[in-house]
Write a protein that binds this ligand. Sequence first.
Ligand SMILES: [Zn+2]
Length: 85
Amino acid sequence: MSCDNCETALEKLYVFLDEEIDTASHDEIQAHIDNCSSCLTAYDLERVVKALVSRSCAEKAPEPLRAKVLYSIRSVQVQITEQPG
Ligand SMILES: [Zn+2]
């Protein structure tokens, strides 16, 4: 099982979450997430942060929280890279 689209999918996740992505790419990302648990994890992480931020009524994510989440996403990406096939 290869997952060559992971890098592209993760880059688009941020736009995807902001709902600024065009419909074609939206379907592409959605399909990828449905079939890729690694990217789904990254997607969930980012979505949780957005939910936390909006819940706290902050206009932007507090830097320590954002850094922590970005670090978590990087860890996921490392796992993707290190997983054979
Ligand atoms: Zn993926």
